[in-house]
Design a protein around this ligand. Structure first.
Ligand SMILES: Nc1ncnc2c1ncn2[C@@H]1O[C@H](COP(=O)(O)OP(=O)(O)OP(=O)(O)O)[C@@H](O)[C@H]1O
Length: 536
């Protein structure tokens, strides 16, 4: 059992209160360390270079087990770990502290030092001795009355006087490095913020691209999940095939973020968007002065992806000369930058995707056969939405939740006729089209329901979609009439009399209309609102 005490100090009071410890043998051991740190600070003009040395002194001379220096960006309200030792990978890569949690945040908020002491205690929690087992402490880096960051450390202490002395020492180090921290934040604020943003986006992407976040539970998409799981653990080249908008990029991300190099970069290059003359430089980089406008050396996508994954989207669009270069990288894992002669070696996993029929392109001579075989090591075909059955509804529900949340609406359901239309449509644009359709319908919706008339006319085309409605005024009116009848029958639980009354029609008039649309009252005797067809 241990017993924990948290103490908060104004650093100046603290230094005064414990200055008695700054005598005798303590003082003798502290002075050389302080001198060393002040030298480091004076010699290393910028913070990024002096911090590793200061942390080294903390580790070697002060025998601390963990140490970290954080910086505080007051504009974004974020606290970043600028440098550290002894932290585990997760702590290091998490990179930032939420301002509302932990002692670092407390120190930034209050501008006061915090010391957390762990003491030995009996099994019943009674303090056994005043001996401190270990302590965690954190002091603010303050300049011109503004908190710029913190220095924190953890150590096992047998002697409480040593703890006081260390806190005092780090408070002095903090005030020594404060001007350099101020300068660093001023000069690098954009970089610091971008790095933080990149970390945040990466964390968000990782979350978003977990296979469990790929919506759908139909058999064809479950087969895709199984392939993702199998191949993610390997370094094999993957070729993702499927129509436009089926979710190929999502699959590529799921493979990367579940692979052993998930912490490495994931660089996407859209091959279709690369102009012929720039494609080589974009993919493989260029040397300074290699062509007009090459003002500096540029690292291409392959180099940027070193240690991670490159995703070559729309690979079927690459020209034959670039295909030849790509083949060489796949064979040798090395290339030269444009205008360069030194080979660059990279360790990159390659994922390519296309909505084209590459085998056919090989036959026509527009895609290199050898490259095709190099890419086609582990093909994954993502099925079109029209073959995924009720995934349409699951995805539609998912997008309704997402877009209604984003727009501050509280849409609760999709009406039965609207679900019917979604299910009958052939979705040439696949999930992307469904996403756009739902986003639009959420904007149009005026109550907490997505109605058939909130859906775009393209979904009401009889020839393509197989629904009963067209785009003319007449057919729109029929769509509305159909929906009103279905809704009234649902409300009345299939009682034609009640439904007719609600609609202001006679029973006979409603019966005629129901017959016209092939609606049976029986299917509304079920209370399940998720039954998407009146005949279901
Ligand atoms: N199963 C899914 N679950 C959730 N969202 C999905 C799913 N599949 C696709 N999406 C969404 O649909 C949109 C299109 O997906 P994506 O860009 O991955 O398709 P693609 O096949 O790569 O398209 P293209 O061939 O045009 O590049 C994205 O916004 C994506 O988030």
């Amino acid at each position: 059992m241990d017993d924990t005490t948290v103490l908060t100090f104004d650093v100046d009071d603290f230094v005064e209160e414990f200055s008695h410890c700054f005598t005798g043998e303590c003082r003798v051991s502290v002075l050389p360390v302080l001198y060393k740190i002040s030298q480091i600070n004076a010699n290393a003009a910028d913070l990024a270079r002096s911090l590793p040395i200061i942390l080294g002194v903390m580790r070697q001379h002060l025998k601390m087990q963990r140490g970290m220096v954080t910086l505080y960006d007051r504009h974004s309200g974020s606290i970043f770990i600028q440098d550290s030792f002894g932290l585990d990978e997760a702590e290091k890569t998490s990179g930032a502290y939420a301002p509302d949690g932990g002692i670092t945040a407390k120190v930034v908020e209050s501008g006061k030092a915090v010391v957390v002491q762990h003491r030995d205690a009996d099994a019943d929690g009674q303090r056994k001795s005043s001996r401190i087992k270990s302590a965690l402490f954190c002091v603010p880096i303050v300049h011109a009355k503004r908190v710029l960051g913190t220095i924190g450390a953890e150590r096992v202490y047998m002697n409480p006087r040593l703890l006081r002395q260390d806190v005092e020492l780090l408070a002095m180090v903090a005030s020594m490095i404060a001007p350099a921290a101020e300068l660093y934040l001023m000069e690098n604020v954009d970089k610091v913020r971008q790095e933080h943003e990149a970390r945040r986006i990466k964390a968000a992407l990782k979350e978003r691209f977990r296979p469990s976040n790929i919506i759908g539970s139909s058999k064809p998409i479950q087969d895709v999940y199984a392939l993702i799981e199998k191949v993610a653990a390997t370094k094999a080249t993957v070729l993702i095939l499927g129509e436009s908008g089926v979710g190929k990029e999502l699959v590529a991300n799921a493979i990367h973020y579940n692979s052993p190099t998930a912490e490495g970069p994931m660089v996407t290059s859209n091959c279709a968007a690369l102009p012929e003359n720039l494609a080589e430089s974009e993919l493989f980089g260029h040397e300074k002065g290699s062509f007009t406008g090459a003002l500096a050396q540029h690292k291409g996508c392959f180099e940027q992806a070193d240690g991670g994954t490159i995703f070559l989207d729309e690979v079927g669009e690459l020209s034959l000369p670039i295909q030849a270069k790509l083949l060489r990288v796949l064979q040798q894992r090395k290339f030269e930058r444009v205008g360069g002669s030194k080979p660059v070696k990279v360790d990159v996993r390659i994922i390519a995707a296309t909505n084209r029929n590459l085998a056919e392109m090989v036959e026509r001579g527009t895609f290199r056969e050898d490259l095709y075989y190099r890419l086609n090591v582990f093909p994954i075909t993502v099925p079109p939405l029209r073959e995924r059955g009720s995934d349409v509804i699951t995805l539609a529900d998912h997008f309704v939740t997402r877009f209604s949340k984003a727009s501050g609406k509280s849409i609760k359901r999709i009406s039965t006729p609207a679900l019917n239309m979604l299910m009958s449509y052939h979705w040439p644009g696949n999930v992307r089209e469904l996403e756009n359709v739902i986003e639009r319908s959420v904007i149009l919706s005026e109550d907490d329901v997505i109605h058939a008339y909130d859906l775009p006319p393209s979904l009401q085309m009889p020839k393509e979609s197989g629904t009963a409605f067209g785009v003319s005024l007449e057919s729109k009116l029929r769509a509305v009439e159909y929906e009103m009848i279905v809704e009234a029958l649902k409300t009345s639980n299939g009682h034609i009399g009640d439904a007719a009354q609600e609609l202001g029609l006679t029973r006979r008039m409603l019966g005629v209309r129901m017959e016209r649309y092939g609606i049976s009252y029986k299917s509304f005797r079920s209370a399940d609102p998720r039954k998407w067809g009146p005949e279901a």
